[in-house]
Design a protein around this ligand. Structure first.
Ligand code: HPA
Length: 251
């Protein structure tokens, strides 16, 4: 595909393929950092070139701490993608971030550990200290918010994403701490993805899909099941194709 890629989409839990995409090629790439989570799906979506990558693999076999974030972003960059919209399933902490809501966070706090979190982390690599004060790309965030408005898709603007290690969900006390820290959402895959995107100078934003109440936040407390998570992500993701179409219409 020689046409420049208008958008890369990284799909998270519950979003392993993009509906409405006309698949042109599935490309298995290798990178200096190893293989990405899955073959990259190159396709056309509403007359634009788009690439899709399933973060956890197409069979959801990679736990958040085992995802090769470096390879994933490197591969998208190598294909020529410069705008990356990352879909992340999250738990809602703030009262309005209810299951099935879509949120475009503007801040994050990283609680993950032991993940390969930088391209500087290799012998002989130049050490860079990228500006990460605003962790998400301002241009893409603005365009996504406008697109949601045009498409009539409800999207909460702003919020702080707390990135936890997983794969287990958090304790009530851990979520209470995240809330005190200022987190509105909690997820396991937001970092180091966002930081690596910044190192590659990608315009990267996170589209958070609220799959469940975070531990202790449900007004009617009950156990969180994977089935509920999948069902809520599916329901919340229903608006994503319309949002993407509106986003690409002005690309
Ligand atoms: N915590 C962390 N990650 C998540 C959650 C959660 O409650 N739900 C979906 N991803």
């Amino acid at each position: 595909m020689s046409e420049p890629i208008a958008l890369a989409l990284i799909g998270g839990t519950g979003l392993y393929a993009l509906p409405d995409i006309e698949v042109i090629e599935r490309r298995a790439l290798d990178t200096p950092w190893g293989a990405p989570s899955a073959p990259l799906v190159l396709g056309r979506f509403h007359d634009h070139a788009l690439v899709f990558l399933a973060r956890h693999g197409e069979q959801h076999h990679l736990a958040p701490h085992r995802v090769n974030y470096r390879a994933n972003l490197w591969a998208l960059h190598a294909l020529g993608a410069r705008r990356v919209l990352a879909v992340n399933a999250v738990g809602g902490i703030r009262a309005d971030m209810t299951p099935c809501a879509l949120v475009l966070p503007d801040q994050l706090i990283d609680y993950t550990w032991g993940r390969a979190a930088s391209y500087s982390d290799a012998d002989g690599a130049a050490v860079t200290h990228v500006d990460f004060g605003e962790p998400y790309g301002a241009d893409l965030r603005r365009d996504v918010l406008q697109a949601a408005r045009r498409a009539g898709v409800a999207l909460i603007a702003g919020g702080c994403y707390g990135a936890t290690q997983g794969p287990r969900l958090e304790t009530i006390a851990e979520i209470a701490r995240l809330r005190r820290d200022g987190c509105d959402l909690v997820g396991m895959t937001g970092m180091p993805e966002a930081a690596l995107a910044r190192e590659l100078d990608l315009d990267y934003a996170c589209l958070a899909v609220v799959a469940n109440w975070a531990a202790g936040c449900d007004p009617e407390p009950r156990a969180i099941t994977m089935d509920e998570v999948q069902a809520n992500v599916a329901a919340a993701s229903a608006g994503i194709p319309a949002l993407l179409a509106a986003l690409l219409a002005v690309a």
